[in-house]
Design a protein around this ligand. Sequence first.
Ligand SMILES: Cc1ncc(COP(=O)(O)O)c(C=O)c1O
Length: 392
Amino acid sequence: MIQKTYDFDEPIDRLNTASVKWDEADRLFHAEGLLPMWVADMDFHAPDEVIDVLEKRAKHGIFGYTVRSEGYLSAVQGWMKARHGWSVQKDWICHSPGVVTALNLIVEGFTEPGDKVLIQPPVYPPFRKSVQNQGRELVNNPLVEHDGKYRMDFTDLEEKLSDPSVKLMILCSPHNPVGRVWSKDELLKVAELSLKYDVLVVSDEIHGDLIFEGNQHIPFARLSDEAAKHSIICTAPSKTFNIAGLQISNIIVPNPALRKRYLSQLNRFGLGEPNAFGAAAAEAAYRRGAAWLDQCLHYIKGNADYVADYLETHLPELSMVPLEGTYLGWIDCRKLGLDKFRLQDLMLQKAKIAFNQGFTFGKEGEGFVRINLACSRTLVAEAMKRLKAAVD
Ligand SMILES: Cc1ncc(COP(=O)(O)O)c(C=O)c1O
């Protein structure tokens, strides 16, 4: 079969499509003419296989309540096996409209007032919010950066997990925003410590399909039967295939007791059924989207290399940490010597670029910005040009 080739350079106008990234940037960041390099969706069309299925679904014309069919569940199962070597049973696969929804449901349902939840900043801000929203106490185990590479501080992690009030740890695997794909040894250490201190691990693996050569994503529950019994794995086709607006994710819970609890939370809020378009798109993507994804990752890697090379050549005060996974680059601007407000001002008012500001990921992120690399090379080049002019 001849492989179809996708054109990721094709410019696509997203303005006036009710896009958060494009239509809301100026309003939210209080500046005009911003280049949107922030919120994590892609400026690429989803795979044709997904678009075709959605067109067919739309033409059917009846959009009643929808279940996740056997076909849907076997598509998720097939993807996890083929892509990650992970054998998932169909009944482990639970629904959630989004991973953030699931995180909130889990924190609320699996901890009591007075319990503590551990996160590893700098990290995706809704982790912190899901803990604060439910009135639980936050415990930080900051990542440590050395020579541009982030690692976990296991001594600090053990000390924090040994507190009997810490009941839950939210792991970001791969890690947004620092771009790490955790190694097997790192994950095994997390598993060992969480089991030793009986802390439930919620592993957010929404970026788990976005992995660059030389790295391998290992689902936390694949580490061992014990790790599987003590974890909840949050997965989704949304980042992978650029269908976040279709609101569908899969929360995989191998342990029947934990699953029962998760499902009761889901049903308590009436969230048990998927969106008809989301389910159709996810099934098609998992069955037939692999070739698109491989080409997309190749293109994004090209963008990451472009930024890294550009900074090294033209803006040596700035550098991007090596990207092992995700399409989110973490740019170190600390050598500019600006505090977080002045750095933000430089990016918004002078460079006219909407990055995610590093400090929003925790105080450990101060001096950094996060760039979304899932866009055309032309846009990346424009961002670099604007950045250089502003810094100069
Ligand atoms: C680590 C992580 N989790 C969850 C989400 C959002 O998930 P959802 O849209 O399914 O709520 C994102 C989006 O950027 C993310 O980076």
